[in-house]
Design a protein around this ligand. Structure first.
Ligand SMILES: Nc1nc2c([nH]c(=O)n2[C@H]2C[C@H](O)[C@@H](COP(=O)(O)OP(=O)(O)OP(=O)(O)O)O2)c(=O)[nH]1
Length: 315
């Protein structure tokens, strides 16, 4: 095998209801033996990716997958092969995973990995796993700051861990004081706070990162220097650009009719699924636009990482 051949691989991220996910060690005799990976393996000639996933997890873990959705796609050049990895999130299966090939199995908590070493291609996957399924965007310009602040504690109590401040009509000083008010609630709750603004504005603000609107994303040539960086996208090419910059997530929409874009037709769930399939998302993508908590299963079914709620977060 030469490194110019593209080897197609599927891998399953088994996620339990408590949020923990399964890793397996690569057995003796395989390349990178002893490294940790997500269970899976090579797609056979003529085999559909989903069928390969079901087969591999049956062979390696003796389980039958009953619910899995496409998630991220990564390419990586190893000395032994150039691989394209299709990761699925597996949310339901029959049987209890049991190592069939002498591998070790270990359930891990997102963001708190305690096994090593991990296959190098998987680093972005582990970071993506620490992003929540539901994120929220503020819209205080429309609803009023007090309405958002009144609803925020319940959101934080329900596990909100990524809040994006989006106030396109705020001047810099107004935005700074709004962010400070929000940080008083988000900081103690361990919720990351990102702001949709000029990255230069945020020096010294109590934030964890920046969110680029699509115009800033288009102009961006290098990842801004923040712990967390996301962006808004409307087309597959913008998702690709965000991935090439090494951003942590993208928002894609609008999926359903929304007051933010009254004149533009919504993508719909089918349109979202088509865009995600054509982009082969290399970073987690949140569906955005006219959505509520109840839309999470449809978003995941379409291949999104989760949902981004705006008005639907504060109702
Ligand atoms: N299964 C799996 N493979 C991964 C992950 N990350 C990653 O870079 N890879 C790479 C390692 C290998 O080069 C390739 C998978 O090939 P493999 O040798 O494990 O495939 P297989 O289970 O079909 O094994 P074999 O029958 O060919 O021996 O993908 C991952 O998380 N899971």
């Amino acid at each position: 095998m030469t490194s110019t051949q593209l080897v197609e691989v599927v891998a399953g991220v088994l996620v339990r209801p408590d949020g923990r996910f399964l890793l397996a060690s690569r057995p003796v005799g395989k390349v990178y033996a002893g490294y940790w990976e997500f269970p899976g393996g090579k797609i056979e000639p003529g085999e559909a990716p989903y069928a390969a996933l079901v087969r591999e997890l049956q062979e390696e873990l003796a389980i039958t997958v009953t619910a899995a959705t496409p998630w991220l796609v990564q390419q990586f050049v190893y000395p032994h092969a150039h691989v394209r990895l299709r990761f699925y999130r597996v949310s339901a299966w029959q049987g209890e995973p049991q190592a069939q090939e002498g591998q070790q199995l270990n359930w891990q908590t997102p963001g708190q990995l305690d096994v090593a070493p991990m296959l190098p291609a998987n680093t972005p996957i582990l970071r993506a796993l620490s992003l929540p399924a539901i994120t929220a965007l503020t819209c205080a310009g429309e609803l009023g700051e007090d309405a958002v602040l009144a609803a925020l504690p319940a959101r934080l109590a329900a596990g909100l861990s990524l809040l994006i401040v989006r106030e396109p009509d705020y001047a810099r000083d107004q935005l700074a004081s709004w962010v400070a008010r929000l940080a008083e609630l988000t900081r103690p709750a361990g919720c990351r706070l990102l702001v949709n603004a000029e990255p230069d504005w945020l020096a010294g603000w109590p934030v964890d990162g920046v969110h680029l609107n699509s115009a800033r994303l288009a102009a961006c040539r290098q990842r801004p220097d923040f712990a967390w960086v996301g962006a808004s996208a409307h087309r597959p090419e913008e998702l690709q650009h965000a991935a090439e910059l090494g951003l942590d997530y993208a928002l894609l929409g609008h999926v359903l009719p929304t007051a933010s874009h009254p004149d533009a037709p919504p993508l719909g769930w089918q349109g979202l699924a088509c865009q995600l399939a054509s982009a082969g998302p290399r970073l987690p993508v949140y569906a955005l636009g006219g959505l509520g908590d109840a839309d999470l299963p449809a978003a995941c079914e379409a291949g999104a990482h989760g949902v981004a709620l705006m008005r639907g977060a504060w109702a």
